[in-house]
Design a protein around this ligand. Structure first.
Ligand SMILES: [Fe+2]
Length: 210
């Protein structure tokens, strides 16, 4: 059996990511990117997710199997931010939007995305409540596109299999200003003001160096 040196595997991964994002950059048109272009971005991300370059050895779960998030890339201006989520289970994630486009692609296991309908019941911008309308299982070979105002939450349904998925955003999570979250009843619950509200604390955020 040939064992690929870690350095080579890491370099190969960086090349795949760089090539994919190069193609994605040519498709992007800002936060309101056209659906057809985002569908093409999804195709690119599914291809990257299925390229065999992400594994549990290099991207382990937290010790108790709970979800871990790995930061893989963002451009210097924060655009095209790529993360890898991995875990056998994940903590409850409140329904939220991203204020930029988001594309998700499965690598292993199942990341179920719960999508919510929004209802404006008053005049104020925050007079919106959300209700779960459908669930989209995202496993290997599958992907999902979200617009800037789409509301979703996620859970891992891979059973004993580790769930691993890629999340690509038009803008890095810490720069997604006034990202809205809702409580378990679907009521407005304020804005995320720090990345720690949904991502692991920075001390747990693991940067994969090129
Ligand atoms: Fe999200």
């Amino acid at each position: 059996m040939i064992t690929i040196p870690e350095q080579d595997a890491n370099e190969r991964r960086q090349v795949h990511i760089a090539e994919t994002l190069s193609r994605v950059r040519s498709l992007d048109q800002g936060a309101e990117a056209a659906p057809a272009r985002l569908a093409a971005v999804k195709t690119e991300l599914i291809k990257l997710a299925g390229s065999g370059i992400f594994n549990c050895e290099d991207f382990p779960t937290a010790a108790d199997g709970s979800d871990q998030t790995y930061f893989l890339h963002a451009d210097d201006d924060g655009r095209f931010a790529l993360y890898l989520l991995v875990g056998r289970q994940c903590d409850w994630v409140p329904p939220h939007n991203h204020k930029t486009w988001a594309v998700i692609a499965g690598i292993s296991g199942v990341e179920t995305n719960i999508l919510y309908a929004r209802e404006q019941f008053g005049e104020a911008a925050t007079d919106i409540r959300v209700q779960a309308r459908t669930e989209v299982p995202v496993g290997a070979g599958r992907g999902l596109v979200l617009g800037p105002l789409d509301v979703h939450s996620i859970r891992f349904d891979g059973g004993q299999q580790t769930t691993m998925s890629l999340h690509l955003y038009g803008l890095a999570v810490e720069q997604q200003i006034e990202r809205v979250k809702y409580d378990a009843c679907g009521h407005f619950d304020g804005f995320y003001d720090t990345v720690a509200a949904i991502m692991p604390p920075p001390t747990q955020m693991i940067r994969v160096d090129p």
